[in-house]
Design a protein around this ligand. Structure first.
Ligand SMILES: [Zn+2]
Length: 406
């Protein structure tokens, strides 16, 4: 074995070991290891009619999603074969040309995916889940598209510049730079989000402050007006450090949800901050980006590597395939994080009945299938299913009763 090969092997071994250590550190959770989720009779908890309606509603979304994925991959296969032709005709320099080819690819993808977004919106409007107009959705879509364009531009700039500078080892510094860029995006997100108001209800504020003390965090609470666009209820935690925020949709406060149910949402979102889930998610992103970038290096070798604009169309295809291939692992991580937030919310509110009520209400307002088919669970489910969330509330109640008993 030559010294170079031995050095490489040692480097890969060290990387793999660090990867495993970081993954282990990131996957630690306050959810007890021995927690067994009791079986939940979905029809009895959510009601047979609602379950049937939600299943029918979701079936359309599944088919629409699957078709969109097939069209996406076919489009990118064609572009990977033909798109390289642009590389020979442009005079913008290799990196400029690569970015141009990336933007053209993205525009084509956007056009081919548009019918599927329209179909999804049509279905949501038909079921009263969304009230958004088509033009309004298109405009919102433009904003999101602008964000994607910027992100892809930056990613291509970083990858191509690094590949030209350090050669085929760019994937190691590349993954680090990607994680740093993600951290910047996450940090500035709350400052760039308009229309977040302070809550007014003194009772809500008192409950929130009690939960903050309980979880040892201090995070501003905001309310976002979405009631003109949707009747769905949602909330989210975003930002990091000084930009940390929790946002409740105003649909959550329109009287359909009890104070106890809103409390469960508050405690769940606070848990995302008190358990440092957002920096953890960036850590996971880096862990997935590292092998992903290595695959990109290997896949684009025959096109001259990522420093060459001719490799960009193929790279778009590889990234789309990677996204699909890594989705089960990413969803597994996401479900563990969400499960921990649910558990902490139960510890904070000590109100499993309200948690159960909230999850039942979610099935109704979002028409979410409480117990989706396995393939959809693996590929699409970022949260524990509503049935699993009810089961966790039941498990918590059983445990706290056992602990409270003499
Ligand atoms: Zn959550």
């Amino acid at each position: 074995m030559s010294a170079v090969t031995a050095g490489r092997l040692a480097l890969f071994a060290a990387l793999a070991a660090s990867w495993a250590v970081v993954a282990w550190l990131l996957s630690r959770s306050v959810v007890p290891d021995d927690l067994a989720l009791p079986r939940v009779d979905v029809d009895a908890v959510f009601g047979e009619r609602l379950v049937e309606r939600a299943e029918r509603y979701e079936r359309f979304h599944y088919a629409n999603w699957a078709l969109a994925q097939i069209v996406l991959l076919v489009t990118l296969v064609v572009y990977a074969r033909r798109g390289a032709a642009f590389a020979r005709e442009s005079a913008a320099g290799p990196i400029g040309t690569g970015m141009f080819i990336g933007m053209v690819g993205l525009a084509i993808v956007w056009l081919t995916q548009l019918p599927f977004s329209v179909a999804a919106l049509w279905w949501e409007r038909r079921h009263g889940v969304s009230e958004m107009g088509y033009l309004e959705a298109l405009f919102g879509g433009w904003l999101a598209l602008g964000g994607t364009f910027v992100a892809v531009c930056i990613a291509l700039l970083v990858v191509m510049a690094l590949a030209r500078w350090v050669g085929s080892w760019w994937w190691i510094p590349g993954a680090v730079v990607f994680a740093l860029i993600a951290a910047v995006f996450v940090f500035v997100g709350p400052y760039l989000t308009p229309g977040l108001e302070r809550p007014e209800d003194p009772k809500l504020i008192r409950t929130y402050e009690r939960f903050e003390r309980d979880q040892g965090v201090d995070v501003p609470l905001r309310v976002e007006e979405v009631s003109g666009d949707t009747s769905q209820a949602n909330a989210y935690a975003f930002g990091m450090g000084p930009s940390s925020r929790i946002v409740l949709w105003d649909t959550l406060l329109d009287g359909r949800f009890s104070d106890g149910e809103v409390g469960v949402v508050l405690a769940h979102e606070l848990a995302h901050h008190s358990s440092h889930h957002i920096p953890e998610a960036i850590g996971w992103f880096a862990l997935f980006a590292l092998p992903g970038a290595l695959v990109l290096v290997l896949a684009t070798r025959r096109r001259g590597g990522m420093g060459e604009p001719a490799a960009v169309p193929l790279a778009l295809l590889v990234v789309a395939v990677l996204q699909l291939a890594l989705a089960p692992a990413q969803n597994l991580v996401s479900r563990a994080i969400e499960g921990e937030a649910d558990w902490k919310a139960l510890q904070t509110t000590r109100d499993p009945a309200s948690a159960r009520g909230l999850f039942r209400e979610f099935a109704d307002t979002s028409l979410g299938d409480p117990s989706p088919p396995t393939w959809a669970y693996v590929l699409l489910q970022t949260h524990p299913t509503l049935a699993q969330r009810v089961a966790m509330a039941n498990a918590w109640a059983t445990r706290s009763q056992a602990e409270g008993a003499p």
